[in-house]
Design a protein around this ligand. Structure first.
Ligand code: ADP
Ligand code: MG
Length: 405
């Protein structure tokens, strides 16, 4: 049996016109002889009646009094509505389909409500449904804990549902349908001349996703990579093939496409705050104190630079006040700089290539953009800039590395 997994994101299901495009992709693959598992997200974006953000607002009513377990129950409704809507459309066209919830599709998770981790996928029911249905629609982003409670996988979780099913079903490919023409060299909403990439390796897109490129969730890529399932990121609104994500060894074309470039793309995380704590005597103790305080209060830290004169790191803006309070409680005097953005230059071949940092500094200096902090690894160079410089920084770096060509 040839199985294909298709995942449709929020905008792909938002309007009846969009759903006609979805239908087109489904009928084309059915005609090609595939059995289809179609993973759906909640319909629409913030402000739309059944969108995830709308449900989040509902959940936040009454001063966030809703317990985590019941909140997950509420959050699961968006995908259920979306799945039933698609089912009715398919049936109306004479295509036999059925809807399975995350639990029914076999997603076993831990009980960490709001960001549950998949422990196992047992897709027996899907195979059984294939005996007389050609399309099995699965509600994305959800699973079931050992005690039978609904759980959700966190933001971007439908991508993870799709690749996890792809792995469990030994699917030929997982198609992630969205509102852009694949993975681009930068977010096209901010960098207009961003260019679609025909092929990327799992590692490249995993790095980009971790650095904020939200076109696909990094966890979804990791699962696909472990299972070796190819993933294609493509547009619901066109017939173009988008971006193929696969192991370079398996695809000669991928190999050529990947090896030839040293910078793959530019990504960003907006809304971060820089925290600087200077040390007097005994810097070792200071570092321990600071990071222990953050860990004990469940504040995630990033972009850490430790030097003999102190420590610098970032937290998300929404956690900045809490982080500063905890440090002051320890008798420290942190310097807080809110409204920063982390901009990353990502590539497979940055390692050891001379002059890349010089190019970054040059690109930003030409636009009078101040670098607040920087760091690098063998695949990524990060710079921290003021939030108001972020878009310009993205565009300047994109141009400097000639990614538009
Ligand atoms: P979906 O609802 O289909 O999951 P998302 O909004 O989660 O859609 O992801 C698609 C969006 O990701 C695009 O509209 C685009 O603005 C954004 N994006 C960010 N970085 C990139 C990138 N490098 N390539 C493509 N899209 C990107
Ligand atoms: Mg998404």
């Amino acid at each position: 049996m040839r199985v294909l997994v298709q995942k449709f994101g929020g905008t792909s299901l938002a309007t009846s016109e969009a759903r006609e495009h979805v239908l087109k992709h489904i009928t084309r693959e059915l005609a090609d002889g595939y059995r289809l598992v179609v993973v759906v997200s909640a319909m629409g974006r913030k402000g739309d009646p059944y969108a995830t953000d709308t449900l989040l607002d509902l959940a936040a009513a009454n001063g966030n009094a809703l317990p985590a377990r019941e909140k997950d129950l509420l959050m699961c409704c968006g995908e259920i509505i979306s799945a039933a809507t698609l089912c009715s459309l398919l049936e109306a066209k004479g295509i036999s389909s059925t809807v399975l919830t995350g639990a029914q599709a076999g997603f076993r998770t831990d009980a960490h409500f709001g960001s549950a981790r998949i422990l196992d996928v047992v897709p027996d029911r899907i195979f059984k449904e294939f005996e007389d249905k050609s399309v099995v629609i699965v509600t994305g982003f959800q699973g079931e804990s050992a005690s039978g409670d609904f759980t959700t996988l966190g933001r971007g979780g439908s991508d993870t549902s799709a690749t996890a099913l792809g792995a469990a079903l030994h699917a030929e490919i997982v198609d992630i349908y969205t509102d852009v023409n694949g993975i681009l060299t930068a977010d096209p909403r901010l960098v207009e001349d961003a260019k679609p990439l025909a092929y990327v390796s799992y590692a490249e897109i995993c790095n980009m996703a971790h650095q904020g490129a939200k076109v696909i969730h990094p966890r979804a890529v990791e699962i696909a990579m472990q299972a070796g399932v190819p993933v294609r990121v493509r547009s619901t609104f066109s017939d173009e093939k988008g971006t193929l994500v696969a192991n370079p060894e398996g695809f000669k074309d991928v190999q050529a496409g990947v090896v030839d470039r040293f910078v793959t793309g530019i990504a960003y995380v907006g809304n971060v705050t820089q925290i600087m704590v200077e040390s007097g005597e005994g810097s070792y103790k200071l570092q321990l104190q600071v990071f222990k305080a953050m860990a004990e209060n469940d504040i995630s830290v990033d972009f850490i630079n430790v030097t003999p004169t102190g420590v610098v790191y970032t937290v998300f803006d929404y956690e900045a006040d809490r982080a500063a309070d905890k440090l002051r409680e320890l008798g420290l005097s942190p310097k807080i700089l809110t409204g920063c953005a982390k901009v990353s230059v990502i590539g497979g071949g940055i390692n050891g290539v001379p002059g890349i940092m010089a190019k970054i500094v040059e690109a930003l200096a030409e636009k009078d953009i101040q670098i607040l902090q920087s760091a690098d690894s063998n695949t990524t160079i990060w710079v921290l800039v003021h939030k108001e410089d972020m878009v310009q920084a993205l565009r300047a770096l994109h141009k400097k590395f000639e990614l538009h060509i």
